[in-house]
Design a protein around this ligand. Sequence first.
Ligand code: RP5
Length: 165
Amino acid sequence: MPDVVLMMGSDSDWPTLEPVVTTLRELGVSCTARVLSAHRTPDQTREFVAESEKSGTRVFICAAGVAAHLAGAVAAHTARPVIGIPVASGPLNGFDALLSTVQMPPGVPVATVAINGAVNAAVLAAQILATGDAELSKKLVKWRAAQTSKVLEKDQRLQEKLKHP
Ligand code: RP5
């Protein structure tokens, strides 16, 4: 089993979550993705968490919309870090999922990123793994430096536009 597993409540969440996989791949972190729901497939969800933990998964990323209990349900079954992504689906645009994901009782944490925060979930997972992996730590520093360069280039382009309107 890869270091990171991404679990999502529905395949309708996938377009929002694809950047989790692309970002982890950019960083060279092994990952897989599954559709498993806390409400619709509770037994399979519990079994998958136990199986993943046994075979070496180190971080779980769980994403769901509306009454989003997937991350909390997974956190109830593992002591490995769980990152929650509230997904904006349904009439409340993710506010419901945000509260369902973030408001965990003391003792069962879910590290919740922003609504639809796929990239940050991937980066956070990599940062957790990098605490024990010097190579990955270097890759993360490079990835952040590339991000800095992109912003500086954008600023440069804006300055040029302002000079020559
Ligand atoms: C949640 O319900 C899923 O995570 C998804 O965001 C939402 C809608 O699911 P579908 O009806 O599209 O399967 O459990």
